[in-house]
Design a protein around this ligand. Structure first.
Ligand code: ATP
Ligand code: MG
Length: 434
């Protein structure tokens, strides 16, 4: 009997997990610079939290949810995205209160779940890093968020990307545009996919997001939402464009771009990789403004802006751009214990070295001295401590600097009482000799 991981999931093994850590640590550093703090929400939520915010007619809610009834007959779902849970938490914990900073800036990272057809860059359990800013309508928040996402990609060494923006306007805009879109699509509905036919009246904007080839061709000629922007939405969008230009951030406008989630208002954006071989899954980051969402989930009217990026797709992009991830592979000391008699003393030495705040390792497989030295070299040990049965009897240990090849015997008590000095001495000798 042998088991396999569920379809659309991955095991992250050493060799890959270092890359994930690099991406996650870079996000933490950059986001902290922009004064974002982390919130961790549960992996599952009440179904309603997601269906109300993401929208019942979206693919995410109608097709892709990992939802189920728990033993208490509660309808719950694995989270398919991060914004709805964060908004739920923002409202539940009253983070809009006067004691909290405004805008309230928070980020998250972790697994998300969508029942999709797995392919490169499209998984059933995937991972997102996201950031949200609550409480300001200022277009500078939109632009700062996009700049932060771009900053993050730059830090990672990703260069071949483009920023694409659009505006979905406000309620007024959407009402006007909805009618225009229906008027355009209705006479062409016979050629639309079944999904789009249904959505034409339920939620015509969704048709713009269809991945169906024929739908895409029809949609390409559809009226532009930008022609229907209300005065205030137009002003917001114009300011966003001006601000991006002021920051020398290049961008494109795609008036047909909508997002797979219903909660967006005004500015939306995507960051796409232009590296060769990215295929259909080239959007690595997406987000926008969601001024009605906090209210929708029972909080006070609070504007918001946020984005999410897919870690798997970021890593594919890094690979496509041949970004080299720095990996630290070194250890301060490796204790070579020779002979069964030294087992206990070796154990104690390694722990003592670690207690001084150094990194250390040893052999556990009864390997010969030569093989142990090979391991020490492979793990880039700075010092190798050798303890044979003779040394043990004499109460000494041989310390060797791997770089300078200098060796010196120390009493065991020196390791236990002043390993930091032993370390400095052996490492300094190395430089004096050179
Ligand atoms: P797509 O159009 O590719 O399905 P989406 O619009 O559903 O993406 P969002 O919900 O906006 O994506 O999620 C933001 C980001 O999360 C995407 O740009 C992508 O990088 C990543 N992402 C979304 N779904 C998946 C998935 N199933 N597997 C891997 N990454 C994903
Ligand atoms: Mg999707």
């Amino acid at each position: 009997m042998s088991y396999q991981k569920p379809k659309g999931t991955n095991d992250l093994l050493p060799g890959t997990s270092e890359k994930w850590q690099f991406v996650e640590e870079t996000a933490r550093l950059i986001f902290r610079d922009y004064q974002y703090e982390e919130i961790r929400t549960p992996i599952f939520e009440h179904y309603e939290v997601i269906s109300r915010s993401v929208g019942d007619t979206t693919d995410i809610v109608s097709k892709e949810m990992y939802d189920f009834y728990d033993k208490g007959d509660r309808h719950v779902t694995l989270r398919p995205e991060g914004t709805a849970p964060i908004v739920r938490s923002f409202v539940e914990n009253k983070l809009f209160g006067p004691e909290f900073s405004k805008p309230y800036k928070t980020y998250y990272m972790g697994p998300m779940f969508r029942y999709e057809r797995p392919q490169a860059g499209r998984l059933r359990q995937f991972h997102q890093i996201g950031a949200e800013a609550f409480g300001s309508e200022n277009p500078a928040v939109d632009v700062e968020s996009m700049a932060m996402a771009l900053d993050f990609f730059k830090q990672l060494g990703i260069q071949q990307i483009k920023l694409v923006i659009n505006s979905l306007g406000d309620k007024e805009t959407r009402a006007a545009y909805r009618q225009a879109l229906i008027d355009y699509l209705e006479p062409r509905s016979a050629d639309l996919s079944e999904d789009s036919k249904r959505r034409l009246h339920e939620n015509p904007l969704r048709v713009l997001d269809s991945k169906d080839k024929k739908d895409k061709a029809i949609v390409a000629e559809a009226p532009s939402i930008l022609e229907y922007l209300s005065e205030s939405s137009k002003e917001h969008f114009e300011t966003v464009k001006t601000m991006l230009t002021e920051l020398n951030i290049p961008f494109e406008i795609d008036s047909n771009m909508v997002r797979g989630l219903d909660y967006y208002t005004n500015t939306i954006f995507e960051i796409m990789s232009e590296a060769p071989g990215m295929g259909a899954q080239s959007t690595i980051c997406a987000g926008g403004r969601y001024d009605g969402l906090v209210e929708e989930l029972g909080g006070p009217a609070t504007p918001g802006f946020g984005f999410a990026l897919g870690i798997e797709r970021v890593l594919i992009t890094m690979e496509a751009e041949q970004v080299v991830v720095p990996v630290i592979n070194e250890i301060d000391a490796y204790v070579v214990g020779i002979g069964e008699q030294t087992n206990i003393e070796t154990l104690k030495l390694v722990q003592a070295i670690r207690n001084f705040g150094f990194s250390a390792d040893r052999d556990f497989m009864d390997r010969k001295a030569k093989a142990q030295f090979k391991t020490a070299a492979k793990s880039n040990a700075k010092l190798a401590l050798t303890l044979g049965e003779t040394e043990l009897a004499e109460g000494v240990v041989n310390v060797k600097s791997m770089a300078s090849r200098n060796e010196k015997a120390f009493p065991l008590s020196d390791i236990y009482e002043r390993f930091d000095e032993v370390y400095d001495e052996m490492m300094t000798v190395m430089f004096e000799d050179k």
